[in-house]
Design a protein around this ligand. Structure first.
Ligand SMILES: Nc1ncnc2c1ncn2[C@@H]1O[C@H](COP(=O)(O)OP(=O)(O)O)[C@@H](O)[C@H]1O
Ligand SMILES: [Mg+2]
Length: 457
């Protein structure tokens, strides 16, 4: 299905074309004049605009220009009377896809729109392919070959192209962000905006204005018009990360947006349609939150259209060796270190560990290890794993290992201190942040970096 705008000042033609295209499954809007068309183009991103050439006032050429200014990838199809073929040819030079001379059959217009869509699809595909070629070292892809992961990847390929809402669930560090980006890459919106909203860090009071925007003077401090993130994502994808953390008070606002597809900036009395694909992610058990009265059931069903659950790393241990090798290769290259392989014993340690912080924790452990290792093999003494004897969060910070005498990196000291304080505060992040003298969002970022699920502390 595509978004099509039909522009013609002749009512019967406008209607026939609109009906033909809607019957074929497209979502069709109609405009009776060039002015109206330009107005709509400012509000909605269309895939194809079918426009009459000769119109009073704003003509087809001006419509073409407005479309291309808004979105260079949108295709324009010109409808023209016999007498004006020459000017129709002109429009092609200016970027129109094709022109049709009146009269034409329903099949002709359908075929022309299909070709325009195909051209649009190919263009975005070529661009995303060439972008993919830019960094062959770091493809956006989930590494691993466990059956569980393969299933997730199958689902991604199957669902990426649809515009339906996807809800990704999984413990922290399992790869939800990465999966969302993969979906984006396979989707027809690959080159469109990808706007991330972190529901855990956006303050409740600002949620509405951040997401839906505001007009100048709507409240004190609103010194100018501001576009909301949902509108920034128009034509693209809105990624609602940590959606389970969304305060109950603002959940109805999100629900309304998901149901209507419209946003209304604060202080504006008119709603704007936006075309955004929503991907949400959560490390929370949303059904449990619903039972506790902390998450709205209706919002859950709106989000949970296509669910993907990524299992924790400890439930797909086959992925550990490939992931570890992948990270060794990446960090050795990035940090310019000599490590090339992982010893059998180190692999045993990695495979036996519980990985509460999942892949993110593994990634961090390997990064530290690659930094510490002096030779070309990564060995158990380079791994700092709680409970493996090489680290003890509550113990001394002295050098470990015989004769190695590696001093503890500062970042490691900081990590241990933060975790100890958080533990002492009973997992209360606000209090811990106060004790540490850092902001709650800084603490949150650091915990995320450690691959620690604050809720599990
Ligand atoms: N299967 C995987 N292959 C490669 N890297 C992964 C994989 N899963 C997670 N990662 C990496 O682990 C880190 C955490 O993943 P992320 O997607 O941010 O997790 P989440 O959003 O679930 O907390 C990121 O650096 C990500 O690139
Ligand atoms: Mg995440």
């Amino acid at each position: 299905m595509a978004h099509v705008l039909v522009v013609d000042d002749e009512p019967s033609l406008r209607q026939t074309v609109s009906i033909t295209l809607s019957r074929a499954g497209h979502s069709v809007d109609a405009a009776a004049s060039g002015e109206e068309a330009v107005h709509r183009i400012g509000e909605v991103l269309y895939d194809v605009v079918v426009t009459d050439l000769r119109m009073e006032g704003v003509d087809g050429l001006a419509v073409l220009e407005a479309v291309k200014a808004r979105d260079a990838d949108a295709e324009v199809l010109i409808i023209t009377a016999h007498g004006s073929i020459e000017s129709a040819v002109q429009t092609i030079r200016r970027g129109a896809h094709d022109y049709l001379t009146k009269p034409f059959t329903p099949d002709q217009i359908l075929h022309a729109v299909d070709l325009a869509l195909e051209r649009r699809r190919l263009r975005t595909e070529v661009r995303s392919l060439s972008r993919r070629l830019e960094d062959p070292n770091d493809p956006v892809t989930l590494v691993g070959h466990s059956a569980a992961l393969e299933r997730c990847l199958d689902v991604v390929r199957e669902w990426a192209e649809s515009d339906s809402t996807i809800l990704i669930s999984g413990e922290t560090g399992t790869g939800k962000d990465l999966l969302a980006r993969m979906i984006l890459r396979y989707s027809r919106r690959a080159d469109r905006p990808f706007v991330v909203v972190n529901c855990a860090t956006i303050p409740d009071k600002l949620f509405e204005s951040e997401l839906f925007g505001h007009m100048k003077g709507a409240f004190s401090g609103a010194t100018r018009n501001r576009k909301g993130l949902a509108q920034e994502a128009d034509g693209g994808t809105l990624f609602l990360d940590e959606v389970g953390e969304l305060p109950l008070e603002v959940q109805p606002q999100l629900l309304r947006f998901l149901e209507s597809g419209e946003v209304r900036p604060i202080g504006q009395n008119r709603s704007l349609r936006v075309d955004t694909r929503v991907i949400a992610a959560t490390n929370r058990d949303l059904l449990a939150l619903i039972r506790e009265g902390r998450f709205r059931e209706d919002l859950y069903y709106r989000l949970n259209v296509l669910p993907i659950a990524i299992p924790p790393l400890r439930e797909r241990r086959e992925d550990i060796p490939v992931l570890a090798a992948h990270f060794v290769e990446r960090f050795a290259r990035r940090l310019g270190r000599p490590v090339r392989s992982i010893s059998k014993r180190a692999l045993l340690v990695l495979s036996g560990y519980e990985w509460p912080g999942n892949v993110r924790e593994l990634e961090n452990v390997i990064e530290r290890a690659v930094m510490l290792a002096k030779g070309n093999e990564l060995r158990p003494e380079h791994l700092f794993l709680p409970g493996s004897g090489s680290t003890d969060p509550d113990g001394g910070a002295g050098p470990k290992g015989q004769g190695v005498g590696d001093p503890m990196p500062l970042a490691e000291l900081e990590r241990r201190h933060i975790l100890a304080v958080l533990k002492a505060c009973g997992g209360n992040q606000k209090r811990a942040a106060g004790v540490l003298g850092i902001s709650k969002s800084t603490l949150w970022r650091k915990l995320k970096g450690y691959g620690v699920d604050a809720a599990s502390l």
